[in-house]
Design a protein. Structure first.
Length: 138
């Protein structure tokens, strides 16, 4: 069995963003030479997420609005975690959106359903963060 590991780095200028990272993940798969196996992709920071869904701007807007209703950033005093910080909401948003995805690899391609893409969700940006891509198989 072969394995491959790579870190992808992102620096979002604002607090929040959703970035389609499917092309970068597909490059990793091609570099790995693995034709059949499993691909793990996970955010290596507790205020960021990796998830699978549709690449549609209305949906991303709806996610942003929905997440802000569930875990509003302000007022920052509402969170005990925010003593000296202001990112408690980002931790909660990450918990809702998830840490990682696992995708089957079949014949050298990501074995997606219709419209599926991989996204990096940033909830406390303005600094460099990384995503791990780990692929195992043959």
């Amino acid at each position: 069995m072969k394995h491959y590991r790579k870190e992808l780095w992102f620096e979002v200028p604002g607090r929040r963003a959703f970035i389609n990272i499917t092309p970068e993940v597909e490059k990793c798969l091609a570099q790995s030479g693995i034709k059949n196996g499993l691909l793990l992709c996970n955010a290596m920071h507790i205020t960021a997420s990796v998830f699978i869904n549709d690449d549609e701007s209305g949906l991303h807007h709806d996610y942003d609005v929905w997440l802000e209703k569930l875990a509003p950033h302000a007022p920052v005093e509402q969170y005990r975690h925010n003593v000296g910080e202001d990112n408690a909401d980002a931790h909660m948003k990450r918990q809702i959106m998830g840490r990682e995805v696992v995708v089957a690899v079949t014949d050298g391609r990501l074995d997606f359903g219709t419209w599926e893409q991989i996204f990096y969700g940033e909830f406390d940006g303005r600094r460099k963060k990384r995503v791990l891509v780990k692929i195992i198989g043959e």
